[in-house]
Design a protein around this ligand. Structure first.
Ligand SMILES: [Mn+2]
Length: 318
């Protein structure tokens, strides 16, 4: 562990042409960490490109330099860094660029054994941004308000605004230090947790109206069909926050949102009050995730997919 940390610090200090990689469907932690690392490396005289998915939610538009994503300025890199990526598949098509790096580094907080880089720095922290903060401290590098904004956004994002069990005393101490820079944390919270489009609110309204309470009311279920998405001009990206709201219903052990992405293709999201490990539920369908939040994809008709879900859930709640 100490060796991995020393190697990580060496890599960051000694490299001059750096490529940073985010995972597919990047979240706030991934993007915040990538931009924080970009900004600090540039501050110390290095050239940096950031690669990531082209379709990024408007909710991340407040992040400094988000517009520089996928505008490479170099052909070759002496260091390629993958952030927040548990395994190599998370890099998608960027893998072919990543693996060509003279040196490769992974910085991540997920539990996984895929040591796909030359140096793999993995710590069980609440966010990748928190790990990055400790690396920056170890390097005695100076942050500024832009870097603090990115790190704060990453930490807030992955701890559900300091609400999840991954939040520790140290998480708050880091946030406290970051707030000593002039960062607009109200704006960060707004974009990460509050902002909704009209379509998202309309969809939420419709979904909540259609919740079914099944298996002795221990399961809250909501299915959204393709034609319902179309009627509201919405798609599966607009379901943000619905399933978490369902999991807050008193007495609900598992909340399930079943969204029809394409005909006979359903994206399933699971949440729980903590009494069930929903990553195990998702695994039954070839998916995965965390104890409190997970997901999978199931093919079939609306009724058969719903039936399959209930058959599996029965074993977890009864
Ligand atoms: Mn993360």
């Amino acid at each position: 562990m100490i060796a991995e940390m020393q190697n990580t610090l060496q890599y960051l200090k000694q490299s001059n042409a750096v490529a940073i990689f985010t995972h597919m469907k990047p979240d706030g932690d991934c993007l915040g960490s990538a931009l924080a690392l970009k900004l600090i490396l540039e501050k110390y005289g290095k050239k940096v490109d950031v690669y990531g998915d082209a379709t990024i939610s408007d909710n991340y538009c407040f992040l400094p330099q988000i517009e520089t994503l996928n505008h490479p300025t170099m052909q070759q890199y002496d260091l390629c860094v993958a952030l927040d990526c548990s395994d190599r598949n998370r890099l998608g098509n960027w893998w072919s660029i990543f693996e060509k790096g003279e040196k490769t580094l992974k910085i991540d907080h997920h539990e996984t054994n895929d040591q796909f880089a030359q140096v793999n720095f993995v710590e069980r922290k609440g966010s990748t941004a928190e790990i990055l903060y400790s690396l920056i401290q170890a390097l005695s590098w100076d942050i500024d308000s832009q870097i603090a904004t990115c790190l704060y956004a990453g930490i807030a994002s992955d701890t559900g605004c300091f609400m999840y069990s991954s939040t520790t005393k140290q998480t708050h101490e880091i946030a406290c230090h970051l707030m000593s820079y002039p960062i607009d944390f109200m704006k960060i919270h707004y974009y990460l947790f509050q902002r909704r489009t009209k379509e998202q609110i309309m969809l939420t309204g419709m979904a909540l109206k259609n919740i079914e309470f099944l298996l002795d009311e221990k399961v809250a279920f909501c299915g959204i069909k393709l034609k319902e998405f179309e009627k509201l001009g919405a798609d599966t990206h607009d379901t943000l926050g619905i399933v978490s709201m369902m999991a807050n219903i008193d007495g609900c052990k598992i909340a399930i949102l079943m969204s029809e992405e394409k005909q006979n293709t359903f994206l399933i999201s699971f949440r729980t009050d903590g009494s069930v490990d929903v990553s195990k539920v998702a695994e039954k369908f070839g998916g995965g995730g965390h104890k409190m939040a997970s997901g999978c994809k199931i093919y079939g008709t609306y009724d058969t997919v719903k039936e399959k879900l209930m058959t599996v859930c029965k074993d977890f709640v009864c």
